[in-house]
Design a protein around this ligand. Sequence first.
Ligand SMILES: Cc1ncc(COP(=O)(O)O)c(C=O)c1O
Length: 377
Amino acid sequence: MVHTTPLVRRSLFLHAPIRRKPRLVLAQMLELVDDDTPPDGPDGPVAVLERRLADLLGKEAALFFPSGTMAQQVALRVHADRRGRRAFAAHPQSHLDIWEEQGYNAVHGLWLRRTGDPHELMTAADLAAAVSEPLAAAVWELPQRDLGGLLPEWEDLREQVELVRAAGAAAHLDGARLWEAQTYYRRPFDQIAALFDTVYVSLYKSLQGVRGAVLAADAATIRTAQVWRQRLGGGIRDAWPLALAALVHLDDLTARMPAYREHAIAIAAAINADGAARAHPTPPQTPLFHIHLPVPKRAVEQAGAEILAEHGIQLWGRVRSAPDPGRCSFEVSVGENAMEFTPDEVVALIRDLLARAETARHRTLRPDRQSEPPNMR
Ligand SMILES: Cc1ncc(COP(=O)(O)O)c(C=O)c1O
């Protein structure tokens, strides 16, 4: 049997293949270079990107990493070694814990104090309890992706950071999506970054680069981080294609972020007014939010696959399960892809999805029919 991947023509998913085709990305990168652009050194794309991000974030220095996973583990390692402490605090849904195979522990011997309710943002009270053990650092993920892009209010955040600092721990920002968070706080990036000792930003989420990350901090921290990057195999030369791909969008996409957020708010409002599904949070604080559906995950996946096969429309990167097996959700992160859909169109797609999912569900709920021999169907 030949398997072909259905063609994605339009997508609500930020990382859909549409805008990531190598030829398109390479053409955009070519615009930024000429015959004299060096691959490395102080005038190479990596150094240019590091300087631009250090400036934007108001930090003394910045360092390129092949991945955010490596950048954050290194930041925590440096904070831990400096303080002679091995524990750090982070939200139970932190990327460090859920998606990185506990690398902080397996590679660096650090351990995590899961801080706060898994379904709510961390609070000052949660952190006050966490610092009862001397911590090397606390990590804030702004926005908290797995909670639908929630952000603490500015004054709450400041209070939390002060509390952690007063306990002798460092403040680290998982700013994979800092570009999105900035539209809510409406403060310059450097003001947000100033709360934190170390700041990681991703080059390929809303920035739509290919891969890679940057860690920004004071110069001494970055010097030590560079040693760890080398030890972990991340000190790769000629990383210029990754840096260039990020530079392509550094100016235009950050300028587009407020429009993305407005569009996310409009889509979420239309979904909630319709009532068949529910958008959360209401209103979205960032261009990222979740759509909660009153049908089981498998049926929704099946219905989404049908819509993709029939119309070339992709609705998500993945469907998320829920504690209630009759429900599930998916994430929308508005960027250029989702801007192509009007709010009414998204509502119509969700209605179509739910109708198909109901049908799929009834099919699987009929074990009598499933047990029939194939020639009886
Ligand atoms: C919140 C957050 N932190 C860290 C990372 C890790 O980034 P990378 O994929 O570059 O290792 C991700 C990646 O999705 C993320 O979403």
